[in-house]
Each structure stands twice: as C-alpha cells, then as structure tokens.
Design a protein around this ligand. Sequence first.
Ligand code: SAH
Length: 358
Amino acid sequence: MEDSFRAILSRAAQTHRLTAAEIIPLLAARGEAEQALFAAADAVRAKWVGDDVHLRGLIEFSNYCHNDCLYCGLRRSNGRTRRYRMEPADIVAVAKAGVNLGYRTIVLQSGDDPWYTSAVLAQVVEEIKKLGVAVTLSIGERKKSEYRDLKLAGADRFLLKQETADPELYARLHPGQSYHHRVECLEWLAELGYQVGSGNMVGLPGQSLATLAEDLLFLQAKAVDMAGIGPFIPHPDTPLGGCRPGDVGLTLRVLAVARLLIPWAHLPATTALATLDSEGREKGLRSGANVIMPDLTPPPYHDAYEIYPGKGAPLPTDYHAAVRKLVARVGRRVAATVGHSVKPGQIKRHGDRSAVQG
Ligand code: SAH
C-alpha cells in the first residue's frame, strides 16, 4: 500500500473530509489497500454509531408507479409486472405484525403512486405511530404540502435516493423527471424536519469513479441522516436489461467512503447487495453499514415488488430470526432504540438513547 493512500485514509478517518481527487483512489483500491479502507470505515462506524445494528421493517405497499425510470422493474412501461395496491387497513395490520416481531421502525415504500393521497397515507402513519415506533416514508416525489401533512401525521423520516449526482446521467435514466426538482424535494424534507435519507446506485451504465465520488460528496453536502447505497441490478423487462450489474466490491468501497464522509449517518447493508452476494449483508456491516431493512411485505405482494430480479424471491420461514443471527455473527447487537440519527452539534432526541460521539 502506498504511503499517499495510507495518508488519505488516516486523514479521512479523522477529519471526514476528502476531495473528489482523493476519493477516486479509495474507490479503486484493491487487495491490502481495500482491506485498509474497510477497516478504517469499520473503526469510524464503531466510534460514531457503535455496535448497534438498527433493523427497519419494510412494507412495500404498492408497485404502481407513474415514473418510467430506465432501471426499475416497476417503471410504468413494464407491462409484465402484476400490479397491486395494499388496502390501508392491511398496511397497518402488517406494520402491527412487524412491531410484534420486534421492529422499532416501519418503512413504507412504494412506486410513485398518487392513488394514495396524502390524506390516506396520513391516516396509515397515524395508526402506525400509535404502536410507538418510528415511521419512514419512501414514496417518491410529492408536493411540499403533502410532505408537510405526512410530517404532521407523525412520519419521522423520509428516504428519497438521488440515484446519481450526475445531472446528465440522471436525465438519461429518468425520462420526464427533473434532477433539480428531486434535489428540491430533499431540501423541502429537511426543512420540514424529517430525518432525510438519500443515496445512489453503484454500477449504473454511464457511471464512472468520478461520478461516484460526486455522489458521495453530494451526500455529505446535504448532510443526510441516512444513505442507501446499493448495486444496480439489471431487470430484463427494462431498457437496461442487457447491462452488466454493479460490482459488489465497488459497492462496498462506496459504502466505506460514505462512512468516512458522513460518519453519523445510518447506512444500510442493502438488500440489493445481499441479492448479488449471499454474504453481502455481512460484508456491508463490516464495511461501514449499521442498518438492515428486512422485508415485511407478505405474499402475494412481496413477489410482485420486483424493482430488480431476485427482489421478489420467497423469503425463508426463519427469515427474521436469521437476520438477528447474522447481526450476532458479525459481533454486533440488534439496537433496542428506534434509532434516530444524531448529527454532530445536534441535541439527542427525546426517547432515543443511541450513543453517538463526535
Ligand atoms: N418510488 C420511490 C421508491 C423507489 S424503489 C422513490 O422514487 O423513492 C426504491 C429504490 O430501489 C430506488 O431508490 C432505487 O435506488 C432502487 N432500485 C430501483 N431499481 C433498481 C435496480 N434495477 N437495481 C438496483 N436498485 C434499484
């Protein structure tokens, strides 16, 4: 390992600042240098967010989508998807079952589906909040007034991935959508008091290490509370069906650099990582991640939420217990708190005792 690489890494672990020119060699690291990057990210993770792993129970309540993102199996032009919408009462029932399984956060995710008005979703959020858990929404772009109504209903967090911080690549992948509008949505969410998550895909066609470095600097500039970073997985029924999937090693290096740059953030070991590599979650947890988002969506809906192939594969009967065993296997513990993020300089939120230093 070169001295210059070692110097960049140790400075990043202390100052959490890197330029794009410094990030690129970290993303290209292999062998001993790559292992040093993962170790540095793991140490920063331990120092800032501790050994707790937060489990977020995910409910994918609708796969209707009015967008046409080139990579996503839910895109509106995909006529082969069997579409479904869960009844609001069903969503609440699944959330209750999740809370009984021990989940302290319920994530509600869907395609961009205006069938669920903010009034309908607000009622769902209110019901779930009565269970004493945190609620994260991942429902795409809405009007600011809708984001406000949902915040007032009790939603705590919002996940809206920028997918790429390269405006040209964004435009190519998202016909009819606006890069700047998506950024504006992220700004509204922060203004309204949500804990905001964003993130990106790794291995998108047309992406480079330089654009990935920009993705990482974007997350830092926005001071996000969470970041979902996962590999791109080609879906055969989309225009990108013939492309190569994202690389697992590169995804882990992006995750590790994210931990260095936004040390306070909640970073999931994503399901997409676990789809490409049976050890993906463990590897993610050892490279900076501190969150897992197990799926609560019941069949037959679960199988139809195929944003990428493999996503809808049947879950083993011991799935939820297995996630807990996995956490123990990597020497960590399942968090007992709801796991709000705490940024440096922020006072801890009432009711959340997760230890954060820095
Ligand atoms: N409509 C919501 C939720 C989108 S689905 C929104 O716009 O926020 C959730 C995430 O799945 C997306 O943000 C994207 O990063 C990921 N995703 C979609 N298609 C994918 C693919 N082919 N490979 C990997 N991840 C994908």
